[in-house]
Design a binder for this molecule. Structure first.
Ligand code: ADP
Ligand code: GLC
Length: 485
């Protein structure tokens, strides 16, 4: 039974707000679902980052009430119609008019439990006032994981949403929304839920557990990751609970938005190109080398990384392998922001190796596109990767990915050596500096043969990860959820 009305709830969506892949996905999946035939709305916090972009949002509701614990909290709701989708913004300045989305260099905001519990209740309150009782509420990550819980456990909610089913998507199990138990009264959750069978998790309250336990179905953003999370290695302590729900867990690979990530139409890059005008890609490479004031040798392979500088992304492996990479004869550009320990080492390496290493610490959308276009190879030594988007962007830009074969990286890159006629990149199985360098060195060997490398680039550029296929899978899953009692 195809859904006719789908509501997404998320803590970020491009172009309104973005810190990583979740933003990209929430900025493009809803449109794909609407193209597949459903009416779609997306609820987001109205952050300062969104406000500053001055979208022509319309005030829709004033003074909507949320009761959390003993408190009544009031907010207003804005709407903005964008690419076939109604984007609804929960406006509460105290919580969302801040410099960052989740926290700054000093750590997460101390009231995140309250901010996102409020957001979750505000989504349900808005739907009630707007008289929308959707077929599906599609929740994403711990920030919206309380929605399935509130829907089933808060007094009166189920009466308004009798047919509504909830899907909870885990984009990254490492982020769980863990808080001290003292937050419970303030977010309207009774102490009786603070037990291991419910929301308690090793002495803290776990928001993600609410999503896992109370949603009607769950999914992750690649098939491989939906299996990975059931293991001790990648389950972050939740593998037992996830195993108990394994028949309701699905894996649907993310798509990518080719209207934003396509070297043929990209406004950010020096010269546009496609698989028939690859000489233009060399211009993009020159552009990157000159921007970073690096050795302008166009024949020296150039590797790129655009990443949150977090442990997950294998930045320690990259740093350990750095001199090895230079010795293999390649150069490297890194665009990243995140943990201070990594920022510090990368900055200092770039001062030492100015000719072969370019580092930009910061978040820069335009530079991200230029790096995708200008590099020969893209490196992803991630410890785990639920989906990963940059390897798919890289394929489209003919920038050959070298990846640790886990999660979405396993599902989206075909190893050239294992399958020379279909290969699109280079993969290695066990993550360590030795294997990583070996994979890069295999890539460099192939790079030396211009004809073979060109064929590889052309094949990579033809890979299709558009949202259409994945939206179709989501529609099927929503349909299945609707008929399930
Ligand atoms: P994750 O969501 O785990 O960070 P993904 O590969 O799914 O990883 O998505 C990362 C997204 O964030 C990509 O669009 C990538 O280009 C972007 N990104 C990451 N770091 C930066 C940065 N410093 N500047 C610009 N874009 C970035
Ligand atoms: C998470 C994951 C990343 C995934 C993204 C979007 O941030 O780390 O692998 O691509 O979510 O689903």
């Amino acid at each position: 039974m195809k859904p006719s009305n789908v509501i997404f709830a998320a803590s970020e969506a491009a172009p309104f707000s973005k810190t990583g892949g979740l933003g990209d996905v929430m900025g493009s999946l809803p449109e794909a679902i609407s193209l597949a035939g459903a009416k779609v709305g997306v609820f987001l916090p109205y952050y300062r980052q969104t406000r500053q972009q001055k979208f022509a949002v319309k005030l829709l509701l004033k003074k909507v009430k949320v009761s959390l614990g003993q408190r009544d909290i009031y907010f207003s709701l804005y709407r903005y119609f964008h690419r076939g989708v109604d984007f609804y913004f929960i406006n509460k300045k105290d919580y969302f008019d801040r410099e960052y989305l989740y926290g700054g260099p000093l750590g997460d905001y101390s009231d995140n439990a309250l901010r996102f519990a409020f957001f979750s209740q505000a989504v349900l309150s808005s739907l009630k006032v707007l008289e929308i009782s959707p077929d599906i509420i599609h929740c994403n990550e711990w920030q919206t994981a309380l929605i399935p819980f509130y829907l089933k456990k808060s007094p009166g909610q189920k009466d308004f949403f009798p047919e509504t089913k909830t899907l909870f998507t885990v984009h990254n199990l490492a982020y769980q929304g863990l808080f001290p138990s003292k937050v419970l009264p303030g977010i309207g959750i009774e102490q009786s839920f603070y037990i291991p069978e419910e929301l308690e998790f090793y002495g803290q309250v776990s928001f993600i557990k609410a999503g896992i336990l109370y949603s009607d179905a769950l999914n992750t953003v690649s098939e491989a990751y939906s299996r990975d999370i059931l293991t001790g290695e990648f389950g972050f302590g939740l593998e037992g609970l996830l195993q108990s729900r394994s028949k309701d867990i699905y894996g649907i690979i993310n798509g990518i938005d080719y209207s934003k990530w396509n070297p043929e139409t990209d406004n950010f890059i020096k010269v546009r190109y496609n698989n028939k005008s690859l000489a233009n890609k060399a211009e993009c490479k020159r552009d990157i080398l000159s921007r970073f004031k690096m050795e302008p040798d166009i024949n020296r392979p150039l590797c790129g990384i655009i990443s949150r500088l977090a442990q997950q992304k294998g930045i320690d492996i990259l740093i350990k392998s750095f001199t090895g990479l230079i010795n293999l004869g390649c150069s490297l550009v890194v665009l990243g922001k995140g943990e201070e320990r990594y920022e510090r080492v990368l900055r200092s390496l770039s001062q030492q190796y100015t000719r072969y290493l370019g580092v930009h610490i910061g978040f820069d959308e335009s530079l991200a596109h230029k790096i995708e276009a200008g590099c020969d190879m893209y490196l992803m030594p991630s410890y785990f990767e639920p989906c990963g988007l940059n390897q798919m962007y890289s394929l489209k830009y003919g920038t050959i990915p070298v990846v640790h074969s886990v999660g979405g990286l396993e599902d989206t890159v075909i190893d050239y050596q294992q399958n020379p006629s279909k290969g699109t990149g280079f993969k290695f199985r066990i993550l360590n500096s030795y294997n990583f360098l070996k994979a890069v060195s295999r890539a460099i060997e192939i790079y030396k043969d211009k004809r073979i490398w060109k064929n590889l680039m052309v094949r990579a550029m033809k890979a299709d990860f558009s949202w259409r296929n994945s939206a179709f899978k989501y529609m099927k899953l929503y349909g299945k959820m609707r008929v399930k009692k």
